[in-house]
Ligand binder design. Structure first.
Ligand code: HEC
Ligand code: HEC
Ligand code: HEC
Ligand code: HEC
Ligand code: HEC
Length: 500
């Protein structure tokens, strides 16, 4: 077999073209086999190997395959001989004499063709699988996808492949994604991409094909306790808690009871928004048990009279638009790190100064890294020189954490600033839930979509040192006694706890 191959190689290495062809095919084949073996044995774990083994080497292999016949054709033109004559001069006689099952040359060539076909089909299926991995999506066009990749890796979905949410199921979805992907490659190559990449993503697959494969709506029930710690701008960065019991329930058929009511099987909530941006809602309507729709129309100036022709049915992404690419707001990013103990608030005015350091609009990543370090070191050296010396290590780690916060959320190369991608969960300003749940969204009778503070969450504490302020016994002499009693009873009732 090996002798046959060597003879074949000798025979086709007729000029530089043929020789280069042989070298390329042989070496790329050997390299792929070697890399695959190393990968299977666990010697190589880097996912970048995929780029080389399934893309670069196969491309070289195909180039080599093309060069061999080109070399042969050039030789024919040069010498003016026929193929038959050339074969007889280039190959040993025993290889071309006909025998049982064809000449040996014929058999060797056939085997090599079959090996090439099998090799290329294995490699191309491996390549398709590789293109579906998060590493490929996140790294192949590194500069543009970096923000998505960074936020993804730190999200609850860091073990879910990009394609699970971005491609969905079925042949059409796959085709769609390949066409889209090709367009993306072109946009990246010729720098046609908008920066930042515009949101919402209109061509995202319906949530039923993606999110609901893993989270099926029936599984939402009960409430979810969420304690949010916030830190003040005073010297001690005082800790205050807001505790919500989020009513994430989906509710029983037509009987309403919670946040996931919008997406229950039997419900249909749809809306139109200004420029189809899903920010300013023009109207929202809810299907009634009799099949008719009950509509609430915005009386807000920014929405009145706008084109309401694109209608969208509420699904997961209308609230969870930042399910994975989660960008933080500076204030909240700091609070979370302090709460986790990653930032040490024993440094005076830590919260206030850190917020100032990260909020500046720096011109580049490099100036940001320097600017953050200079701000923090400068402040403590100037006002607390002793501390700056005795707690130098802590100060260094604070600077590193702040630089990390900046790197996760700000991406100057893609024009991503604080707040470029806002989340629809909650209600910062009049966004999120308050896009529909507000007093200007009214039906024919003038009833508004509810924005009652306990519609979506019970409140167990509101900016208080005690995370369960309203669960404590009611002090009838206190000023907020009425509210305390109301919130306590509301929580007991909504969570099904027997009222004491
Ligand atoms: C859990 C599901 C999920 C996963 C996993 C996921 N994404 Fe997304 N991605 C989304 C959703 C939802 C949006 C749409 C946000 C919108 O429309 O506002 C989005 C938006 C995007 C955008 C547009 C920019 C933006 O932030 O809105 C890009 C680019 C993107 N994703 C790339 C990726 C890459 C690359 C990966 C893998 C590293 C990935 N996504 C993994 C759900 C996901
Ligand atoms: C391939 C499975 C899969 C898909 C598809 C998927 N998720 Fe998830 N999701 C998970 C897993 C696993 C977790 C993490 C659970 C944990 O950390 O306890 C999660 C967590 C979440 C959480 C809770 C996050 C938190 O803070 O606890 C939300 C919200 C969520 N997913 C929404 C979505 C949305 C919206 C989509 C579609 C755009 C989606 N998921 C698609 C598997 C998936
Ligand atoms: C696109 C508009 C829209 C958005 C955005 C929206 N809602 Fe709603 N929501 C509605 C409508 C409409 C109703 C039903 C009003 C009615 O007919 O009583 C409703 C009802 C509810 C209910 C009551 C369900 C019940 O069982 O009675 C809750 C709870 C709720 N929404 C929570 C939320 C939360 C939390 C958010 C943000 C994460 C949110 N909604 C975002 C339109 C919206
Ligand atoms: C009307 C807005 C809205 C819609 C639509 C919506 N969610 Fe949610 N979801 C929320 C809110 C608000 C929370 C609580 C947020 C928190 O915990 O911080 C939540 C919580 C969750 C959680 C965590 C729940 C738990 O029990 O810990 C998951 C998972 C989730 N949603 C997935 C989904 C999926 C999947 C869909 C689509 C089928 C969906 N959501 C549709 C608003 C919504
Ligand atoms: C339509 C549903 C809805 C209504 C109505 C609503 N909230 Fe909320 N609220 C939410 C959701 C969802 C969150 C986000 C929880 C999270 O961070 O995951 C939230 C968060 C909060 C927070 C914590 C914010 C933070 O991160 O510090 C406070 C405080 C709050 N709400 C107060 C109120 C008050 C006061 C009202 C009445 C004016 C109100 N809410 C009405 C859904 C609602």
């Amino acid at each position: 077999m090996l002798r046959g191959y060597l003879n074949f190689v000798q025979g086709v290495s007729v000029n530089w073209c043929g020789r280069l062809g042989v070298i390329l095919t042989t070496s790329s084949f050997v390299c792929v086999v070697f890399f695959e073996l190393a990968r299977l044995l666990g010697i190589i774990t880097s996912s970048f190997v995929g780029l080389v083994s399934y893309m670069l080497f196969p491309a070289l292999f195909i180039l080599g395959l093309l060069l061999i016949p080109i070399g042969w054709w050039k030789l024919k033109k040069q010498t003016g001989k026929s193929s038959r004559e050339l074969i007889e001069t280039k190959f040993k006689r025993e290889y071309v004499t006909p025998s049982f099952g064809g000449a040996r040359l014929f058999r060797t060539t056939s085997i090599l063709i079959i090996v090439s076909i099998v090799f290329l089909s294995i490699v191309s299926t491996r390549m398709l699988a590789f293109m579906d991995t998060a590493e490929f999506c996140g790294n192949a066009c590194h500069s543009v996808m970096n923000p998505e990749w960074v936020t993804y890796q730190q999200s609850p979905h860091s073990r879910v492949a990009c394609v699970e949410c971005h491609v969905g199921e079925g042949a059409m979805a796959l085709l769609d994604s390949k066409v889209n992907g090709t367009w993306q490659m072109i946009s990246v190559t010729f720098d046609l991409l908008e920066r930042p990449i515009p949101t919402p993503v209109h061509q995202l697959r319906p949530a039923r094909e993606t999110c609901e494969k893993c989270h099926w709506p029936d599984k939402f029930y009960g409430q979810r306790l969420k304690t949010i710690a916030r830190y003040g701008h005073d010297s001690a960065s005082t800790q205050l808690f807001t505790t919500l019991s989020l009513k994430v329930d989906i509710g029983a058929t037509h009987k309403r009871s919670g946040i996931h009511w919008h997406i229950a099987e039997e419900n249909d909530v749809r809306y139109a928004s200004v420029d189809d941006e899903r920010e300013k809602i023009i109207w929202v309507e809810v299907r009634q048990p009799d099949g008719r729709y009950h509509r609430y129309t915005s009386t807000d100036g920014a929405a009145v009279g706008k084109d309401a022709s694109s209608v969208r049915t509420v699904d997961c992404v209308d609230c969870h638009n930042r399910a994975t690419h989660i960008y933080e707001l500076p204030d909240r990013a700091l609070d979370e790190r302090i709460h986790k103990g990653i930032l040490d608030r024993s440094l005076p005015f830590l919260k206030r100064e850190a917020l100032q350091a990260v909020s500046v609009s720096y011109t580049s990543r490099k100036t940001a890294m320097k600017g953050i370090a200079n701000h923090m070191n400068g402040f403590y050296q100037r006002y607390y020189p002793d501390l700056a010396r005795s707690k130098a290590m802590i100060l260094d780690s604070v600077v590193t954490v702040l630089q990390g916060i900046y790197n996760r959320n700000i991406h100057p190369e893609m024009n991503i600033e604080w707040g470029s991608y806002s989340s629809h969960i909650g209600h910062v300003g009049d966004g999120g839930c308050f896009r529909c749940h507000n007093s200007t969204m009214v039906d024919e009778d003038g009833n508004a979509v509810s924005s009652d503070c306990t519609l979506c969450h019970s409140m167990l504490s509101n900016s208080n040192v005690d995370p369960f302020q309203y669960l404590q016994p009611v002090d009838t002499s206190s000023l907020d006694y009425q509210m305390h009693l109301y919130l306590q009873k509301e929580f007991m009732k909504s969570s099904g706890t027997p009222v004491m």
